[in-house]
Design a protein around this ligand. Structure first.
Ligand SMILES: Nc1ncnc2c1ncn2[C@@H]1O[C@H](COP(=O)(O)OP(=O)(O)OP(=O)(O)O)[C@@H](O)[C@H]1O
Length: 270
């Protein structure tokens, strides 16, 4: 398989050590994550899969810094993750765009918060609106855009900050199949261009296999990592080989192996 890009350099950016997360609520305690150990290397595109409620979003929230593990630790570049940081940009399924601002103002927002000078702000915003194909919609309000366009705007809003790490929680789950394909191609191109590290939650095994350099499968609650697979189909998905990669024996075998773990047929999964 020909690799067009390989920005993975072996440097660990995020390290999770024996991470446990117990939710305490009025109706009792829920152990969402138990003994999660994971090293995320710079430049990796990690796709996370697992049954509903297994703790995928909880794991993302810990890496984002929205919540702290109840035991164990989450480190970024060797330091505990203590809160949200623009260096870890988060993209959700429902784009959090401010309805009273235009698309351009929304995209600009993070740069303004970081006091980037106006000229520079304008240039970076224009660049990312162009990348996500929304230059002509810069002065529209979010309600005037389709679901796919809103998701592209929300991507641009995160990407203008040029975060080293992009965390995505089923970002394309609400989009139709055609738009989803386009968005996948877009995020792949951005990942390759910016050499960012991506942590991407999905329920769709084909989405995982077409984007990831590593697929992580979690068990049902309490969520643990039960399978880690290195893959490289993404390098072929953008070119003329995409169909042959998608229907190769290797692809089908890996697809089945992931689905077996999710459906708990493979008791030997490690
Ligand atoms: N604030 C909370 N209080 C109590 N329990 C919670 C809370 N948030 C999540 N949980 C529980 O923790 C478990 C993990 O939830 P989480 O949302 O991380 O799973 P998930 O794998 O992302 O699910 P899905 O695939 O359905 O989005 C679930 O059983 C959920 O009910």
């Amino acid at each position: 398989m020909q690799r067009a890009y390989d920005g993975i350099n072996g440097k660990t950016v995020v390290k999770l050590e024996d991470v446990e997360l117990v939710y305490n609520s009025e109706i009792g305690t829920v152990t969402a994550l138990a003994q999660v150990n994971l090293d995320i290397q710079e430049g990796e595109f990690i796709c996370v899969m697992g049954p509903s409620g297994c703790g995928k979003s909880t794991l993302l929230n810990i890496i984002a810094g929205f919540m702290q593990p109840t035991d164990g630790q989450a480190l970024m570049n060797g330091r505990p993750i203590e809160g949200p940081d623009w260096q870890r940009g988060v993209v959700f399924q429902s784009p959090p765009l401010y309805p009273w601002l235009t698309i351009k103002e929304n995209v600009n927002f993070g740069l303004r918060m970081r006091n980037i000078p106006e000229k520079e702000r304008e240039a970076i915003t224009a660049e990312y609106l162009e990348i996500v194909g929304l230059t002509d919609f810069a002065n529209r309000k979010p309600y005037e855009l389709s679901g796919g366009m809103k998701q592209r705007a929300s991507l641009a809003k995160v990407l203008v900050n040029e975060p080293g790490m992009i965390l995505m929680d089923e970002p394309f789950g609400a989009l139709d199949a055609l738009t989803r394909d386009k968005m996948q191609a877009l995020i792949r191109r951005i990942w390759m261009k910016n050499q960012s590290t991506v942590f991407f939650i999905t329920h769709d095994v084909d989405e995982a296999l077409s984007l990831a350099t590593k697929v992580i499968v979690m068990s049902s609650r309490p969520g643990r990592i039960v399978k880690v697979l290195d893959t490289d189909f993404t390098y072929d998905m953008d070119g003329a080989n995409s169909e042959s990669a998608r229907y190769s024996k290797q692809y089908m075998t890996m697809r089945e192996s992931i689905l077996n773990v999710i459906n708990q047929k493979d008791e030997l999964a490690v």
